[in-house]
Design a protein around this ligand. Sequence first.
Ligand SMILES: Cc1cc2nc3c(=O)[nH]c(=O)nc-3n(C[C@H](O)[C@H](O)[C@H](O)COP(=O)(O)OP(=O)(O)OC[C@H]3O[C@@H](n4cnc5c(N)ncnc54)[C@H](O)[C@@H]3O)c2cc1C
Length: 410
Amino acid sequence: TSKNMIAKSKQESLKIPHTKKTKFVSFDGSIEIVSQHQRPDRFRNLEQIPKDVIRIGRGGGYSYAAPSFGKNILTQEMTSFNRILEFDAKSQTVVVESGVTLKELLKWSFRKKLLLKIQPGHPDITIGGCVAANVHGKNPHKDGTFVDVVLEIKLFHPDHGLMTLNRTQNSDIFELTCGGLGLTGIIVSVKLQLDVLLSDRMVFERTAIESMMDAVEFFKNNLDADFISSWHDGSPLKKNFGRGVGYEGIFADGFKSNKLIMPKKKALTPFSRANLPFSIWNKTTAAITYSFYRKREITGPKTYERNVFDSMFPFAGSAKSFHLFFGKNGFAEYQILVPFNKIEEFVNDVTKLIKIEKPPLIVIFMKPFHGNQKYLRYSGSGITIALDFQRSPITTKTFSKLDDIIISYG
Ligand SMILES: Cc1cc2nc3c(=O)[nH]c(=O)nc-3n(C[C@H](O)[C@H](O)[C@H](O)COP(=O)(O)OP(=O)(O)OC[C@H]3O[C@@H](n4cnc5c(N)ncnc54)[C@H](O)[C@@H]3O)c2cc1C
């Protein structure tokens, strides 16, 4: 459009210092855009950008979608803001720059036998990204969402400079920034509440789950676990649909090792995720794999231990191939938080839809949630259901039908 062209020519003529052109790709593989990219390594870099340049903050780039880049938009990637600034042992609080990753923070806090209790599933996600997406961890029913561990934020806004945000100072902007997808400004540093790390290991128990509603019962019986989730076969085949395994985990007692054990291999990036030229996942391979995997899981020992790193970041270790197998064409996730009193109706509607449309739904993940929804924040009380599909025209059609179902609930 002409508006875009004006914005583009404006940006090009502005000659933004220390920027380059970069090809960005969303983790789900759906969006690829070349745009201006800067990796600021000092506060001055944030101030140097002319005020009329449209910009957006970026952390590790692990969002499934593309909220950290866009055509004719300057992306300020904050990964060089990666220092741990202050620590108060008494209150177990830490101030970190926004580009510190979950892995780096865990490496540091493990030595102090402390833990950030809300951690999404990939180790290279940054604290800035956790704030901006108001992420959830292993039991959002027990622990809430990321806003619940954020005490204060330092935010850079082109018109207002460096701002301090907390629950008493600029509280409205604090609320908007937690879950605000970077739209309120650049998050520079964050003060976080940590918790005591009870062990270097977690103890898990597997439970065979027959249906999505069966998982809801399973969650209700384990709401206080440190880790709770389930996966379900998404295959539209009558026999298999909704069958899965539930996992409940609690921290073990004491430390076996004072060293944090981490996988040697790097976790997937949005680029390496797309390494395979074709998708291994399709309706048939998913049905076979998950049926086999379920059998193996439920006939194996009922309880088992995992070290903290693998418990926090399963997608960096044992479950790494899950995303890789979608290949270059990528995947599409539909995630919805359903209130407890609507869950049965919603599960019935979704089951019907999947059986009629027969989309390439590979797997379904579920977790219980507790919290208050506000602004753009993904939070509330109920069950979060994530449906992961192979990307295809039938998937797109199914998404719009899912939208219709959700809208019909009001
Ligand atoms: C394998 C995998 C597992 C995941 N598991 C979970 C999970 O269990 N729970 C969950 O909630 N999420 C999960 N996610 C999603 C992930 O937690 C979020 O997408 C998170 O925002 C990614 O952080 P990032 O540092 O990569 O940010 P990016 O992807 O770079 O950016 C995400 C958003 O944050 C903004 N942003 C980032 N840094 C800043 C900053 N310094 N200032 C201003 N804005 C900023 C961006 O503008 C953008 O809107 C998972 C993702 C992957 C790939």
